[in-house]
Design a protein around this ligand. Structure first.
Ligand code: NAD
Length: 492
């Protein structure tokens, strides 16, 4: 049947269902940016609590700000804001579950006033965000809030009919303040280092541009807890919708699929209360940073360590790479001997277990994560995730040859042809510059790492330069596999 309140009781018994009375839920959270990730992560944690009779006053009201969100509004409205979350196990097993935590969805372009008033309602105590990196409106180079964005300028001129998350949220805070109500907490769940801090800087920059005093008030009175979030949630494919229909008989216009693993580490800074998230497995901590560095330098940096070598060797998916023992050795070697030594203690985490779980997650064939996705925008990734590891290891005298090899694999990749002679489509905001630099790899092998915008003075460190040059030479002369063999044998 088509998913709705009325058909819930008739669903296949293999599908887990809300065990609470949805009629009794009341809203407590407004979430902006209801994409796949929010529905697989935050909404799932709340559903979990609600299943235990908790957080019944923390129902979610979704908000779409972008014109493209109309599809989500229509899909959810037609099924009483229910949807199916399908966990894809590596064995091929599917674990479907209907999530009932979302009560309503407002499409801001149709009625910004309704969104503002909903957020101004004292029942709403948290406004959360998954609006992608672009949603924070910072300039890619300066990192400053971009006041030239035409929508931002519109919102500063017409505060009652805003188009951006900034305009909507800040106007709601203004009205709460005028009415003598406490503010809400702004909780970013985007994959951005120091996401709460970034959100604080961006929202207060917008508020300051509206009114200096308002900006100062917001910075002091509204908390922005940092969070580390993790669960691979690929874009829902038409085949996922069909499979759910065929296997389980559920007609769902927009289900979500994800991996079994899920993690959420969150700072406990809330102004108007929060759900008891720790009871659903959220790690509530003083300081998210050690967890964040663990994720960036092990998970994200490993993605970089596998994607260029993997592409050059002819693979196209992460799981293919992570089922190849040579690559697994290399990744574990990188994580154990280069990434991990740069981490500060991570309370409550067994790092070896974390590393092994990463390999298992990457090897899940059901997720179909493409190397092309992992290779995209390398110039934003390598400098943030891998270069700090190299710098810290250089300073402490630790090993760096695997990381240097990864940088070399990126330089070789940016030449734009794999080892089978097939073209590589480089996707990067600096594509032209990178490819021009890589074209000089053979004649002038340090050209790529001499680029100070990406590497600073790294090429001046002899130990790094030597390791990089050796790996690049090996990639040219012997190819990706032989280079990995040498790097894992530590003979480069
Ligand atoms: P998605 O494309 O399904 O959803 C993105 C949502 O962000 C949409 O609702 C879109 O309208 C909204 N959005 C985009 N730009 C916006 C803007 N300028 N203002 C307001 N809203 C805007 O993507 P997703 O998979 O849900 O991922 C969203 C974010 O979640 C990622 O960017 C990342 O920060 C985080 N995340 C995703 C994953 C994952 O595996 N998908 C894992 C961890 C974290």
């Amino acid at each position: 049947p088509a998913l709705s309140n009325a058909t819930l009781t008739r669903l296949d018994p293999r599908i887990a269902m809300p065990r609470y009375d949805r009629q009794a839920l009341t809203p407590g959270i407004v979430h902006i940016g209801v994409g796949g990730f929010h529905r697989a992560h935050q909404a799932m944690y709340l559903d979990e609590l609600m299943n235990c009779g908790q957080a019944l006053d923390w129902g979610i009201v979704g908000v779409g700000v972008m014109t493209g969100d109309r599809r989500m509004q229509e899909a959810l409205a037609a099924q009483d804001h229910l949807y199916t979350l399908v966990v894809k196990h590596p064995s091929g097993e599917r674990e479907p579950r209907v999530i009932g935590a979302m009560l309503d969805y407002l499409f801001a372009p149709d009625d910004p006033e309704a969104v503002i008033e909903r957020m101004a309602d004292p029942a709403i105590r948290i406004v959360s965000l998954t609006v992608t990196e672009g949603g924070y409106n910072f300039h890619p180079v300066s990192g400053k809030f971009d006041l030239d964005n035409p929508d931002v300028r519109h919102d500063l001129g017409y505060p009652d009919t805003p188009r951006t998350a900034f305009g909507l949220v800040v106007e709601a805070l203004v009205r709460r303040r005028e009415r003598g109500l406490a503010p809400f907490t702004i909780m970013s769940c985007d994959n951005i280092q120091g996401n709460g801090e970034v959100a604080r800087r961006m929202f207060s920059a917008f508020a300051r541009a509206r009114d200096t005093e308002l900006g100062a008030w917001l910075e002091v009175e509204v908390p922005f807890p940092n969070a580390m979030v993790d669960r691979i949630t690929p874009v829902t494919q038409p085949a996922d919708i069909e499979e759910l229909m065929h296997e389980f008989g559920v007609e769902d216009a927009w289900p979500v699929v994800c991996e079994p693993f899920s993690q959420w580490v969150l700072e406990d800074r809330f102004v108007s209360g929060r759900p008891p998230l720790e009871q659903a497995g959220v790690q509530v901590v003083e300081d998210v940073e050690p967890y964040e560095l663990m994720k960036l330098r092990l998970l994200n940096a490993s993605h970089q360590a596998l994607c260029y070598f993997g592409t050059l060797a002819g693979y196209r998916y992460a799981h293919e790479v992570c089922r190849d023992p040579l690559f697994v050795d290399f990744l574990l070697g990188y994580m154990r001997r280069e990434g991990s030594p740069t981490l500060s203690p991570v309370p409550g985490v067994d790092l070896e277990q974390y590393r092994l779980t990463l390999i298992e997650r990457f090897a899940n064939p059901e997720i179909k994560d493409t190397l092309a996705r992992l290779c995209a925008e390398s110039s934003d990734r390598i400098p943030k995730w891998l270069v700090p590891v190299i710098r810290e290891q250089l300073a402490s005298g630790g090993e760096i040859h695997r990381s240097a090899g990864v940088v070399a694999s990126w330089a070789r990749y940016a030449e734009g042809v794999d080892e089978q002679g097939e073209p590589i489509a480089v996707v990067d905001r600096l594509k032209n510059e990178l490819m021009a630099l890589a074209a000089a790899n053979r004649a002038q092998p340090t050209t790529f790492i001499d680029n100070r915008e990406l590497f600073g003075d790294l090429a001046e460190h002899e130990r790094f330069r030597e390791a990089y040059l050796a790996a690049l030479k090996s990639l040219h002369e012997r190819g990706a596999r032989a280079t990995l063999e040498a790097l894992t044998g530590e003979q480069v």
